[in-house]
Ligand binder design. Structure first.
Ligand code: 8X3
Length: 267
């Protein structure tokens, strides 16, 4: 799933922190930033998988990696992890708030409360907890860049998307709020909102492991996690006076959240 990039040490000494680093866009971004010489702080819930990810990345790129196993929904764990970072790791340059999920796809009147709590706790509250813990470190450094993973769902509400769409609309609002409050601290804040992205766990999680329902990418050419990682790196690698604030990125066959031209894998 990850295009192999040659190593370039252009960001030596810089630290990028990525949440939800075990899969999909987070994983692809971890590889991408590693290839560009960043040291990585990788956060995820599954310890063994995270260790395997770090092992694979290190086998390809000579960078340092710090692993933090936690659930971003746990505010105590999040604040403890960031307030007790080793000295060598507490000057974070870049944060990708990627941890997030969709659970369920039903009309609001039939929605599952547990699914809603899980999405709000992860997509909104988790992002708030991590940002609140990382921002003071960036303020100490008088520099930083935060990219929040939005979604086309946060820009265009679609049928059955209800609470997921609301959670991603909140990500966009939080991005704007953080940007307004942090610009005087020389901290850039931006969001990226993709449409359909394959080679992620998104559809399988949304449809609770139902492979048939999750088979939503085979009859058109969606974005890949690599496409998003590449764009995130482009945003992050602009000069410090440039902030690409808000990116909507869609596959060519998907002009809106609800329209997909399912006429095969057009290149
Ligand atoms: C993922 C994209 O359109 O399935 O957030 O909501 S979509």
């Amino acid at each position: 799933m990850n295009n192999i990039l040659p190593f370039d040490n252009v960001n030596q000494g810089k630290i990028a922190c990525i949440t939800g680093a075990n899969a999909g866009i987070g994983l692809s971004t971890a590889y991408y930033f590693a290839s560009k010489g960043y040291s990585l702080i990788l956060l995820a819930r599954r310890k063994e998988k995270l260790e395997e990810v770090a092992h694979q990345i290190k086998s390809m790129y000579p960078i340092d990696i710090l692993l933090i196993t936690l659930d971003v929904r746990n505010e105590m764990e999040v604040s403890k992890a960031f307030s007790s970072l080793p000295e060598a790791w507490n000057k974070i340059d870049f944060l990708l708030n990627n941890a997030g999920k969709a659970k369920g796809f039903a009309p609001f009147q039939e929605g599952n409360l547990a699914h809603w709590e899980e999405m709000i706790d992860t997509n909104v509250k988790g992002l708030i907890y991590v940002s609140r813990a990382v921002i003071p470190l960036m303020m100490n450094k008088k520099r930083g860049f935060i990219i929040n993973l939005g979604s086309i769902a946060g820009k265009q509400t679609y049928p059955n998307g209800n609470v997921y769409c609301a959670s991603k609309a909140a990500v966009i609002a939080l991005t704007e709020g953080m940007r307004i409050d942090l610009h005087t601290h020389n901290i850039r804040v931006a969001s990226i909102s993709p449409g359909h992205v394959e080679d992620t766990e998104f559809a399988m999680v949304r449809f609770d492991g139902d492979k048939e329902r999750a088979n939503i990418y085979s009859d058109f050419n969606p974005l890949t996690a690599f496409d998003i990682a590449e764009t995130i790196y482009f945003m992050a690698s602009r000069p410090n006076h440039v902030n690409i604030q808000d990116v909507i990125i869609m596959g060519t066959q998907q002009p809106t959240a609800t329209i997909v031209h399912r006429n095969g894998r057009v290149e």
